[in-house]
Design a protein around this ligand. Structure first.
Ligand code: BES
Ligand code: MN
Ligand code: ZN
Length: 527
């Protein structure tokens, strides 16, 4: 979809459809542009308000065809919920969520009706509420959300169905704004399109089944992405992993016929292309080092010898969603030419039962030298991540964020609404929580206190890979924490947020929006 910012009189706008926001209140209220259109059309818009559920509530919408007195062929009234209000919206993402929802519903209806171009009057008149201040950066972010959510709702996955994919109808979208807002809206739309493209990439990989989306496939895709976007990509095979003594990662892939891959992305928006390899230099410190994203790339998780029950096991093709989000965030960062250095690490493997697979009680030696007793072969995510985390040390990172569909326990704790955030750095945790709120892709902080460390003690090795029945998401994070002493670290458990089950089964692309928001903030601090 092609997005642009528009300062114009909507009455004279030559577009297929004008989308007008309606706020919910004692009386439904049109945006200022809507009020102007209402006068020009002899109150056609106003007459439709309050009827047919169109009282401004989210979900309400109404097409008005051939309204008199204006150039556009039709008007779509769409409910935006209550007007953002800094006082009432104590949860800053509530207003964000409503704006996104309204834009998404509009996109869906426009596309369904075969409408190719539209002018959106959704930004005007929503004031400075919703906790985002209403300044230039807030306007920019609102525009970003509108573009992102319109693309997201029109996403379809048709790669694995025969027959021609249904073509997208809605092709051009203009977002109405004030003259003074043009630059901010333009920038926001560009960012929204980049985030949406990152989300789409993450969803596409995740929706592919395990027989197609293998570690080797992802490695090939990484190289392709690198070429397209000027990101250096190297892929470590099992021989190199052996050289690096990644005994933990290798132990998981031993039970599968698909060889493991460790994908390494290096995007240098700060040190430039000549800096290749320099991200490893000794001169790097906490201030100048790259941000490192580490994503779990388990392309299918059957559990191994600790085999999972068969119900819904197909959904374990989504166990590479963390890795897919690293692809998506890197693509967006490169597309936006963010002024920061960014490394992406995606350890990829399958977890299957096999004669060579890990057995309960097996002890492996990780790259860090620590020995691990594998009491449950289904706790494999932490086994591949711990070696990738140790590998991250060589980049002397400013911060490391790992992203993983790590525990069913996290999905039980937080459901589908928030990703679990774990960090022993308050500053980094606050930064990521804020990015979650601002992007509408929220996380919620959980503890990684040493009090839980006892649960990972083993009689035979330095660490056990499971921590018993209680606080499963926390003990998994505590396991990872053992491998992060050399840098600032945070862990996102996306087991509940990365995909949907049931009729709408499919990947969500989360937490790409959170990650890009976090990276935009880091790049701004630098620039
Ligand atoms: N990939 C799963 C986590 C998962 C399960 C995510 C279900 C979403 C839905 C992970 O590898 C796993 O199997 N974790 C185990 C850990 C346990 C054995 C300590 C789990 O959550 O049951
Ligand atoms: Mn597992
Ligand atoms: Zn897993």
């Amino acid at each position: 979809m092609q997005f642009s910012a528009k300062f114009a009189d909507p009455v004279a706008a030559p577009t297929d459809c004008i989308v007008v926001g309606v706020f919910q209140g004692k009386k439904p209220q049109l945006t200022p542009a809507g009020a102007r259109l209402d006068r020009a059309t002899n109150k056609t818009l106003g007459a439709a308000l309050g009827r047919g559920g169109l009282d401004g509530r989210i979900g309400g919408a109404q097409f008005l065809y051939r309204p008199p007195g204006i150039k556009a062929g039709c008007v779509l009234l769409v409910g935006l919920g209550p007007k953002p209000d800094a006082k009432r919206d104590d949860n800053p993402s509530a207003a964000t969520a409503r704006r996104r929802r309204g834009a998404a519903i509009a996109a869906k209806l426009l596309d369904e009706r075969g409408i190719a171009s539209a002018l959106l009057c959704l930004l005007d008149g929503d004031g400075d509420g919703g906790g985002d201040g209403g300044d230039d950066s807030a306007i920019r972010r609102r525009a970003r959300h509108i573009a992102e959510s319109m693309e997201d709702i029109l996403y379809r996955f048709e790669q694995t169905k025969s027959g021609a994919p249904k073509p997208r109808q809605l092709k051009r979208v203009q977002l109405l704004c004030e003259r003074a807002q043009l630059a901010a809206v333009k920038r926001g739309l560009r960012e929204g399109a980049a985030v949406a493209a990152g989300i789409k990439r993450a969803r596409d990989y995740a929706n592919l089944p395990g027989n197609l989306c293998t570690p080797a496939f992802l490695a090939g895709e990484a190289k392709r992405l690198g070429k397209q976007h000027g990101i250096a990509v190297t892929v470590l095979g099992e021989a190199e992993m052996k050289r690096h003594k990644m005994g933990s990662l290798l132990s998981v892939s031993r039970g599968s016929r698909e060889p493991a891959k460790l994908i390494v992305f290096e995007y240098r928006g700060l040190s430039g292309n000549r800096g290749r390899g320099k991200t490893r230099g000794k001169t790097r410190d906490k201030k100048t080092g790259p941000v490192v994203l580490v994503g779990k790339g388990l392309t299918f998780d059957a559990g191994g010898i600790s085999l999972k029950p068969s119900a819904a096991m197909d959904e374990m093709k989504f166990d590479m969603c963390g890795g897919a989000s690293v692809f998506g965030a890197l693509q967006a960062a490169a597309e936006l030419q963010l002024k920061l250095d960014l490394v992406g690490l995606v350890p990829c493997s399958e977890n299957l039962p096999d004669g060579a697979a890990n057995k309960p009680g097996d002890i492996v030696t990780s790259m860090s030298g620590r020995t691990i007793e594998i009491l449950n072969t289904d706790a494999e995510g932490r086994l591949i991540l711990c070696d990738a985390l140790t590998y991250a040390e060589r980049f002397q990172p400013a911060a490391v964020v790992d992203i993983a569909t790590l525990t069913g326990a996290c999905a039980v704790a937080l459901g589908a609404h928030a990703s679990g955030l774990f960090s022993d750095s308050d500053a980094l945790a606050e930064e990521l929580l804020a990015a979650g709120y601002a992007s509408g892709d929220r996380a919620w902080r959980m503890p990684v206190w040493d009090d839980y460390a006892k649960q990972l003690e083993s009689n035979f090795a330095d660490l056990a890979n499971i921590g018993g029945r209680y606080a499963g998401a926390v003990t998994a994070a505590c396991f990872l924490k053992h491998f992060t002493a050399k840098f600032d670290w945070a862990h996102l458990d996306i087991a509940g947020t990365a995909w949907k089950s049931g009729a709408a089964k499919g990947a969500t692309g989360r937490p790409v929006p959170l990650l890009v928001e976090f990276l935009l903030g880091r790049a701004e601090k630098r620039g």
